[in-house]
Design a protein around this ligand. Structure first.
Ligand code: BGC
Length: 411
């Protein structure tokens, strides 16, 4: 410990998103959950391996797939932020739920706006910097009825919502317009596994293009309202690694970097003040993808590969913008590997910083156990464990390891 020093004023925190923690949502995902829970129960047995089925029997229960009251964070946000503060955090990333702010087209709910102002104020009072995501995958029902992101007016609808939020809410210095646009677009319009479950390459492209426009328009609106506010997106970056120099593998690596990692960032290159980087995945390429060795995997079976965050940072640094790691985390119910996970990812972040890459913050995913989309509640990413029956929180050991790193600002 002590060899790697992080820059002064480094932002340390954790992230959440509205739908995954707040509870009581009325949006496209809540709707979809009710319609698909039964099917997801049926499919669990085919999809997950035996050890996962044994460890997480709740994947065979319908309620696992319904976000319901989630972590009741809409009510408990103050307590949760106090916990984060006690864990040493000086920043926090959360998202605003569009369907609460604009439940009907063009009608804004002033109560919801007041709520999010309280959320921002609670963070500021605790001395934590709010990083606010405007769209983390869930949509108002009226917007979906109009075709969602397929509608050519969708960027205009988004801009109207962003204008309202960014002019009404005070005290925010960092906005993330969209969380992982290409993951959303591919899950929802290419693989067809998330709402609205369309499977069509042309629709997928249309959605991506509308998301580019939506981001750029939102960027311009926020900057017009207050040019000091820093705006970016949270981009999922995969470390694609060709195993040897052969032409097939290295071409696959270049193409994947270009399309998956860089395309969106290239499109918005003049409309971003920073890059938000979400790192979870490594894909070893050997005449195909994901030829990983999987020496260590999470409860979801995802390979844990800390070195990849270093390469992801190197790739993102080509845009010459400050970088915030807006997500990095692991599903680990028993908290067996989380401390190791955090330390080792941070070692590689430290190495990148040592080589001159401008990394300004790190947000662990997630502060709390939460609702993991189509997988439901069983994967547990939290620094803080949530008992969904009682809503009791319990701090995991790894949260204290993370706290120590934060306090020393070094590893
Ligand atoms: C998303 C989160 C999600 C996490 C773990 C990220 O891509 O932004 O909402 O919970 O991955 O899967």
């Amino acid at each position: 410990m002590g060899d790697i020093k992080f820059p002064e004023n480094f932002y340390w925190g954790a992230a959440t998103s509205a739908h995954q923690v707040e509870g009581n949502q009325n949006n496209d995902w809540a709707d979809w959950e009710r319609k698909n829970a039964k099917r997801l129960v049926k499919e669990a047995g085919m999809y997950w391996q035996e050890w996962q089925q044994e460890k997480f029997p709740e994947m065979f229960e319908e309620e696992n797939y319904i976000s319901g009251v989630a972590c009741k964070h809409y009510e408990l946000f103050r307590e949760d932020f106090e916990t984060a503060k006690n864990l040493g955090h000086n920043a926090h990333r959360f998202s605003i739920e569009w369907s609460r702010i604009e439940p009907k087209e063009g009608c804004f709910d002033e109560g919801a706006i007041r709520h999010y102002q309280k959320v921002v104020n609670a963070l500021l009072e605790l001395g934590m910097e709010p990083f606010v995501t405007l769209y983390h995958w869930t949509l108002p029902l009226w917007f979906c009825r109009k075709g969602g992101w397929l509608n050519k007016k969708s960027p205009i609808y988004f801009e109207r919502y962003v204008r309202k939020v960014s002019s009404a809410l005070k005290g925010i210095r960092f906005f993330i317009t969209i969380n992982e646009p290409n993951i959303y677009a591919s899950q929802s319009y290419l693989k067809g596994s998330w709402p609205p479950q369309k499977k069509n390459f042309f629709l997928y492209k249309r959605v991506l293009n509308n998301l580019v426009k939506a981001h750029c328009q939102a960027y311009s609106v926020i900057k017009k309202i207050n040019s000091q506010i820093q705006v970016g997106i949270a981009k999922n970056i995969v470390y694609f690694e060709a195993v040897n120099g052969n032409l097939v593998n290295s071409s696959l690596e270049k193409l994947s970097d270009y399309f998956h990692n860089l395309w969106f960032l290239n499109k918005i290159r003049n409309y971003q003040d920073f890059i938000g980087l979400n790192y979870y995945f490594h894909s070893r390429i050997n005449f195909g993808f994901n030829k990983n060795k999987n020496k260590l995997v999470s409860d979801l079976g995802w390979e844990i590969y800390p070195k990849g965050i270093y390469f992801a940072l190197k790739l993102a640094s080509k845009f010459k913008k400050p970088i915030f790691i807006t997500e990095n985390g692991v599903a680990d119910k028993e908290d067996k590997i989380r401390s190791w996970f955090i330390e080792n990812h941070l070692l590689w972040v430290g190495k990148a910083i040592g080589e001159g890459i401008n990394v300004k913050g790190y947000f662990y995913w997630s502060l709390l156990d939460n609702f993991e989309w189509d997988k439901g509640f069983w994967p547990r990413f939290g620094l803080v464990e949530v008992d969904y029956k009682t809503q009791k929180r319990k701090i995991r050991q790894s949260a204290l390891v993370y706290k120590k790193i934060i306090e020393q600002n070094s590893l």
